[in-house]
Structures are given as structure tokens and as C-alpha cells.
Design a protein around this ligand. Sequence first.
Ligand code: SAM
Length: 352
Amino acid sequence: MEPAWNLPDILRLLATRPGEARQALYDRADAVRREYMGDEVFLRGIIEFSNICRNDCLYCGIRASNDRVARYRLGEAEILELARRMPEHGQTTVVLQSGEAPSREGDAALARLIARIKAETPLAVTVSVGNRPREVYAAWRDSGMDRYLLRFETSDPALFARLHPDCGLAERLHCLEDLRSLGVQLGSGFMIGLPGERRETLAENILLCRGLELDMIGIGPFLAHPDTPLGGARNAYALDPDMHFLALAVTRLVNPDAHIPATTAYDALFPGSGRNLALTRGANVFMPSATPGQRRRDYLLYPDKPCVDETGDMCARCVMGRLAALNRRVGIGPGHGRRSPNVTSNPKEFQS
Ligand code: SAM
């Protein structure tokens, strides 16, 4: 039986002191990752297909009020072409992410796009476009959507309300419940070190991931974007940035069989090493960017986002070097969640 985790246990782990004790915790998280998820790293190519957003989240670089952003939306043909190239690079999932801009036409266009990707490629499809009513999620699922990614951002309702004025935490959690009830594989997570966050909040965040029985957990450092109201704010762990790895390692211990990506924000905080270290401290998924090079600077959620000057398949090739250096293998098959019943892709499609 897996251990029943509680808040004091998690707080104790988060208080692990720098040095040997922290390294021992990282090693334990790495061993748990190996035991439950193996040495394979699943590659999910991410296409940030639109930065149009009607929300005004105080932390986010593409918030509606930031008029320094050039807005774009990629067309269906361009997205399909990007997705078609993924399998040759070992990528078995496409992640379609955008700002939050619901419209009947846009939601219907996304349904058509999902259906075409499923019909024309062997890829699993993850969508990450924010809150929607259950019927919209249901239509996307019926078109073939395998997974959905919607971070709860923070488990503290007051902090959520302050930083995310367009909806409350309860509404976000309701969306996650809808998705779960539809049998869609569920991804959520949080930012680490939001201004106003306390160690207890972080512990509650990790516990909430467990409570939601997530298939995928996306977490990453909060980084202050200069063109947002939080531009001058400091990450809550600015004096001890390794807390971001501690959070990742503890998230793995508490959620041993979840897919956990080494998120891009780790490379922004720890240039050149962040994502590689994350892969040795609990993470088992990598999301190379497939967003067209000329659009990447318009999808800056936070500053110092890596790879913004890269074009073509550079990220797809770069990840192979990272994995070789870490002695890890590319995941074969879609890397579905282990909990959800709605597994629609056939792993054999990826075996050569
Ligand atoms: N609009 C969709 C949503 O809200 O789920 C998906 C896109 S949203 C831009 C993707 C994620 O970026 C958010 O869930 C948030 O955690 C992260 N993010 C936004 N601003 C950030 C910042 N300043 N630092 C770190 N992560 C940030």
C-alpha cells in the first residue's frame, strides 16, 4: 500500500536543509520515479498556437492588458504540419496550448483540429486552453482529445482570487471535476513561489495534486514578468531557489505514478541546467517547443524563457542530446496516464 500523506509529513520534507540531506531527498525522488515510471522520458511537443487571452492574471505575460504583446493565432494547416513532424522526433503527444479566449467558432475549430490530428497522425492529444463549460470539453473529447492540462495555480483560494481575477479557485476545480467525469486524462499543477505563498501553501499544493489523483502534474517556478502588475515582486523562495527542486522531489514522492514534466520555467530560473536537473529529481516527461520560431517571443509568460531564438526542429534535436547525457531513453508509446480509463491511442502505432 502507498503511504497516506499528511501535511506535517510534507512540511517536514520541505524543511530539508541544504547539502547532503537535500541530495538524499533528490536521490529518493529519482529512485521512486525509476521504480514507478521507468527510465523512459516521454516527449510531448508543445505548440503554443495562440496568445490571445481575455484573462488578466496578474502574473502572466500574455494577460489581456499587456498591450506590448503582438497577438497571433496559428492556422489549422500550420498546426497540422507542425504536429505531423513530431513522430519522427520520438514525440508521441502534441500539446495544444493557448491563452484563454473562448468563442463558439474557436472552440469548434479546435474540435476539428483535434479530429484531424487524430485521423492523420499517431499522436495523443493534450489540450490546455483554460476554463470551459463541460459540454465544450465533452465535444473535444468526442473529437479525440486524450488529456487536458489545467493548473489550479495555488491551493490558497484567497491568493488565487488576488492573482487570477477572472475566476475563483472553486471554478477551476469544478472544471477539473468535469474533465475527470468525462474520462479525460487529467493534468494540473501549480506555480512555485507565488508572492504571498507560504511553505504551508506549497505543502497544500502538493497534497491537492494527490487528492485530485492527477495523471500529469505540471509545476514550475513563478518568474516575475516586467510587463505585469507583479513585475516588481519576488519569488517567495528567492533566497533559496533550490526550494523549486525540493518541491518537485516531494511532489514525486507524494504522487509516485503521475507523469511529471521537467517544465521550461526550470531552465529560465536555472539557465542551461534546470530541466536536466528536474529529470534527475523526479520528472519523467519533456515538452520540446514546436511553436514556430517567429512566434516564440510573443508567448513569453515569464522573462528569460529559453529557446526563443530557436527555429525549426532545434528543440526536438536538443532534447535527444539531453537524454543521452542523462542516460535516459525516449519513451515509446503515448505515455498515457495510469489512472484514467479513456485510453484512446494504440501504443503499437509508435513501435517501429
Ligand atoms: N490559458 C491556459 C490556462 O490558464 O490554463 C493555458 C495557458 S497559461 C499561459 C499556462 C501556464 O503558464 C499557467 O497555468 C501558469 O501556471 C503559467 N504561467 C503564467 N505566468 C507565469 C509566470 N509569470 N511564471 C511562471 N509560470 C507562469
